[in-house]
Design a protein. Sequence first.
Length: 255
Amino acid sequence: MKEKGIIIQSVDRALQILECFTGPIRELGITEISKEMGLGKSTVYGLVNTLMEAGYLEQNPDNKRYRLGLKLFIMGSLVQGRMDIREIAKPHLKSLAERFQMTVHMGLYRDGEVVYIDKQDSPNARVIYSQVGKLAPMYCTGIGKAVFANLPESERDFLLSNQIRRALTINTKIDEAIISEELQRVLIQGYAVDDQEVELGLRCIAAPIFDGHRKVVAAISVSSSTAMLHEENMDEIAQEVKQVAFEISKQLGYY
């Protein structure tokens, strides 16, 4: 177990004050912060004033209530700027591939398209279609559908109406109404399935990844032959893929 170091009480309290502003109410007065913290108003006022001087809090001139300051936005942007989603996800992808002995993909969403940016194989994997740098069709791949379903409604409807779709196998769905219905199921269950829609004999389960703005930015998937990825283990794998996608999302600032 990691030993705790020295805790400076005043610093700890100042950080707890900042945490008060992460709830649904984004502007607070001294009285509200005092109640939340269980501290006297004079103590809270001193801490709030210190945070204001440093730029971590600011005061609304109209109602005199306090809110998070621009310094936090600047620091958050610096952290976000150094985040490489591929590096963050890589250990998770490797773990998934090793656990299920299947191929794991990650695809990044950009301007109406999903592109494979990472792939982790296992010795027993059988996935022919994919390669890093290749586009993943939005309407029939697991990764594409996981992203597609979680787009803003206007963007989703626009893509549904304007994308070109062709059947890659006898299982590929290309009808707009059928795809729209499936995307609603994906949204509800939290994962998407490609059941031999890209290549006969191959099946895929995928889940979306969200960023700190709660926007879908990518997806991960587990893919294998229908003999290995079958009805008996689909639910277990789906739940694990969802959990791993959630863990990656949290590292990107999703809450």
